[in-house]
Structure formats: structure tokens, C-alpha cells
Write a new protein. Structure first.
Length: 221
């Protein structure tokens, strides 16, 4: 059957990764977490101490060799051959990723890579601008949402599962701050495309979320 492009956008903690991963597995598609790419650039901007220099961050984005590989249920991220899978999920990266993602030159470079990665179809790609900018003509376009309390709860649970105790109030503040910057930036802000199907996951199980999108996929396949 035809290999579709399934695009999923939504704010932090809305269930994009969990849903996209499982959906890709069921369809035998490639799962692409675009947030991991913005996180990788941010991590190296921190390492190189250039957070306040946009020009250097853009150069960095074009120089870094960012490799995403889905293995053992997670996206393994390598930058210039080094495994940074855990490092890109740190609180420090969380706090700096939205300002880095606002930079037009950075987005240009990463969007180009994402278009290349998905061009043959058979992908579930998730992020903030996949339905609007990267693949505005995707076969299936989904916008996931959830209440802020539920999103904060999920993120805190993820940290706890990695053995990191975090203050849920801090997690909530970080999510709200990232949403604010991501939604208000000039270049490809996080927004619901008018033709995207909105799914509120606050009270849905993961299987329900996946099934809803599978149904949409069957309609167009
Ligand atoms: O999806 P995740 O929460 O890991 O994304 C981290 C950050 O990367 C977002 O808060 C946003 O600033 C940026 N991002 C983006 N465009 C995408 C994916 C992520 O600007 N397509």
C-alpha cells in the first residue's frame, strides 16, 4: 500500500512522542522526533558557550552531523558520532531550546534535513511546525493537545522513570515558558493548521490516541 507522510504537532507533553512512536511501529514506518534535532543544536551551543551568538549557532547547526536512530524503543541521537541521547533531555537543554529554536537560520537548516528525511513517505514525523512548514501537504495532519496539569504530570513522570526527582511546579513553569516562546516566535510558530485534526489527549489512553490516528490514516490510504 501507499507509504504516507503522517505529521503531528503539539505543545510539550501533549503525547506526541509516545503516540508517534507506537503509530510508526504499528505501520512499519520511520519515526522522526524533530525536537531531538533542536535539542542537539542547543546542547552544543551550551557546550561551546555560544548561546548569545546567533551567527555562531547557525554555523553550528550547519556543521553538526546529527543522526537520529530509533533503537530499543527510543530515539538514539548521535552528534558527530557521539551519543547524546540522555544529555539532550537535561533541564539545562529544556531551558535553552526554545530561544535557539527561534533563530530563522537554524530552522532553515533543520527543516531542510527533515524534508529530506521524509520525502519518500512511510514516516511519522512530530514537532511544532511539521503540519504547517515541513510537510504542509502531509497525508495525515494531527494537532495534539492536553491540559497543562496533565502535561506537567507526564513530563515529571518521565524524569522520575529516569531516576530524577523533579519539582512538578518547575516542570510546569518550563513547559508554559517553552509553549509561550514556541507559539509567539516570528518564524513558524507552534500553531494548529486549519486542516489538522485536533485531538485532546487529556483523558485518552495511548492506545486510544494511536487508534484515532490509525483510523485517519486508513481514510486516506
Ligand atoms: O518536542 P520537544 O519538546 O523535544 O521539542 C523541544 C523544543 O524544540 C521545543 O520546545 C521547540 O522549541 C523546539 N522545536 C521546534 N520545532 C520542531 C520541534 C521542536 O521549534 N519541529
Amino acid at each position: 500500500s501507499e507509504k504516507l507522510i503522517i505529521a503531528i504537532d503539539g505543545p510539550a507533553g501533549s503525547g506526541k512522542s509516545t503516540t508517534a512512536k507506537l503509530l510508526a511501529k504499528k505501520l512499519g514506518y520511520l519515526y522522526i522526533d524533530t525536537g531531538a534535532m533542536y535539542r542537539a543544536v542547543t546542547l552544543y551551543a551550551i557546550k561551546n558557550n555560544i548561546l548569545n551568538d546567533e551567527k555562531k549557532i547557525i554555523e553550528l547547526a550547519s556543521d553538526l552531523d546529527i543522526e537520529l536512530k530509533f533503537e530499543d524503543g527510543q530515539t538514539k541521537v548521535r552528534v558527530n558520532g557521539k551519543d547524546v541521547t540522555d544529555e539532550i533531555r537535561s533541564l539545562e537543554v529544556n531551558q535553552n531550546v526554545s530561544p535557539v529554536s527561534k533563530i530563522e537560520g537554524v530552522r532553515k537548516i533543520l527543516v531542510q534535513k527533515q524534508k529530506e528525511m521524509g520525502k519518500n513517505g512511510g514516516v511519522v514525523m512530530e514537532g511544532r511546525d511539521i503540519t504547517t512548514v515541513v510537510f504542509p501537504n502531509a497525508d495525515v495532519k494531527i494537532f495534539l493537545t492536553a491540559s497543562i496539569d496533565e502535561r506537567a504530570r507526564r513530563r515529571a513522570l518521565e524524569f522520575a522513570q529516569k531516576g530524577q526527582q523533579v519539582d512538578i511546579e518547575k516542570v510546569k513553569q518550563n513547559i508554559l515558558e517553552r509553549d509561550r516562546i514556541d507559539s509567539s516566535r516570528d518564524v513558524s510558530p507552534l500553531t494548529k493548521s486549519p486542516d489538522a485534526i485536533e485531538i485532546d489527549t487529556s483523558n485518552l489512553s495511548i492506545d486510544q490516541q494511536v487508534d484515532l490516528i490509525l483510523e485517519e490514516s486508513k481514510k486516506v490510504a
